[in-house]
Design a protein around this ligand. Structure first.
Ligand code: DX5
Ligand code: ZN
Length: 222
């Protein structure tokens, strides 16, 4: 059994007080800080550029888990590494519309940029099997359980089989699930083999954030 990683998504925090929110959520038990980068092209929403991520890094003590929902991840890799990303994840679909060749280019570019950990993510309607060819090149696979772009959407159960498949292949890296995680759906992710859990609205929208993170951690090891 692996140690679960609880990664609150800053997409759901109060942007008018982002430094205070980071300090608070760390003291309330966050293991990683999940940072959703959107370019208004790969997804129909826009969020954090490198200077803002660098500002987050200046107050954070936990790793920044940067999820790039952008059309040209290679072009921005070194910007986000230099800004302080510990985990840098691109979307499979952004690389040649999802090809092994494209993903291999991204893996190499991210390593060359100095990313401490490299991740690849797939959308809910993207099959996981083609990733078999690159599993030995990544530290993390991020299985999207909603369509990327917005917080607060409903968890899509069919995505659990992708997490199971990764473990059946013997994938030893981190399997992270993102989108619609809450007290009901997080245990399903853990049972399928996930060990990193992103939650935005379920944590930042909770009256008791510390208790919510604690209960998620317990649910992840049960
Ligand atoms: C969606 C993002 C998620 C989002 C999750 O595009 O990748 O990280 O913040 O939000 P919830 O937990 O509210 O579904
Ligand atoms: Zn995300």
């Amino acid at each position: 059994p692996r140690t679960p990683i609880i990664a609150p998504s800053l997409l759901s925090c109060d942007f008018t007080r982002i430094g205070d929110e980071i300090r608070a959520i760390e003291s309330e038990g966050a293991d990683w800080l999940h940072v959703d980068v959107m370019d208004g092209h790969f997804v129909p929403n826009m969020t954090f550029g490198p200077p803002l991520v660098q500002a987050m890094k200046s107050v954070a003590t936990r790793p920044l888990d940067v999820h790039l929902m952008v059309s040209n991840p290679i072009a921005y890799a070194s910007n986000y590494v230099d800004a302080g990303a510990q985990v840098l994840t691109y979307h499979w679909e952004a690389m040649g519309s999802g090809t092994v060749r494209g993903a291999k280019l991204a893996n190499k570019a991210f390593r060359d940029a100095g990313a401490p950990m490299v991740g690849v993510s797939i959308n809910p309607n993207t099959p996981v099997e083609p990733l078999e060819a690159i599993l030995d090149e990544v530290d993390l696979v991020l299985i999207m359980s909603v369509f990327p772009g917005f917080g607060g959407q409903r968890f899509m159960e069919h995505t659990l089989s992708k997490t199971r498949w990764l473990r059946e292949q013997g994938f030893r890296g981190i399997v992270e699930m993102d989108g619609g995680l809450n007290a009901e759906t997080l245990p399903l992710c853990a049972a399928a083999g996930a060990d990193a859990f992103v939650a935005g609205s379920a944590i930042f929208g909770a009256a008791d954030r510390r208790g919510t993170i604690e209960s998620f951690r317990r649910a992840a090891v049960e």
